[in-house]
Design a protein. Structure first.
Length: 182
């Protein structure tokens, strides 16, 4: 046994304190306090039940909340009509043409050819013209720009298909750049 203080408190092997050889005045100076209670099995079960109830309540609340980004409504499928085999398109006659006011005009052109490829030409004299045969599925685009010469007047481009003008654009200015498509 060990002596704990001058009051004669002795610690017993099981950890409890007892007043041994204490006088009544020593006992009056130190009031008796009950030993600390250890958690019981009932308290542990109640704590576990409370935690389980809170978790269940949290899951219910989370399950009822709406997501930040709701899913879009399902799309209705549109039936696709059967496609007939491609028939060869009848060839068409295409004329690209660029004109400019004034004299001594020099410019550049970009255009789609009969295969749909983009062709670029620079330093060409204006007016300019080219003709080719293509199928009807090719996109037709012509872009022109005056680079030098001439005046600040109009620069025009046009696309003609089988004798009918399908696009015509005019721009003003020294470096005017019209664009046609059809």
């Amino acid at each position: 046994m060990r002596t704990g203080s001058t009051l004669g408190i002795v610690a017993t092997p099981d950890g409890d304190s007892a007043y041994q050889n204490a006088t009544p005045s020593d006992l009056a100076a130190r009031p008796w306090t009950p030993p600390a209670k250890r958690p019981t099995v009932v308290a542990a079960l109640l704590t576990a039940l409370l935690v389980a109830a809170l978790l269940c309540a949290g899951l219910v609340v989370v399950g009822r909340s709406t997501p930040a980004d709701p899913l879009p409504p399902p799309q209705r499928e549109v039936p696709i009509a059967p496609v007939a085999p491609d028939e060869p398109a009848a060839p068409i006659q295409v004329i690209y043409e660029v004109t400019a006011s004034g004299s001594g005009n020099v410019g550049s052109v970009s255009f789609t050819d009969q295969d749909g490829d983009i062709i670029r030409r620079g330093g060409i004299p204006l007016p300019w013209r080219t003709t080719f045969t293509a199928d009807r599925r090719s996109p037709l685009v012509l872009h022109a720009q005056r680079k030098a010469g001439g005046d600040a007047g109009p620069v025009s481009c046009s696309i003609t298909v089988d004798g009918k003008v399908i696009a015509n654009t005019t721009e003003q200015g020294r470096y005017a750049a019209p664009q046609c498509s059809g």
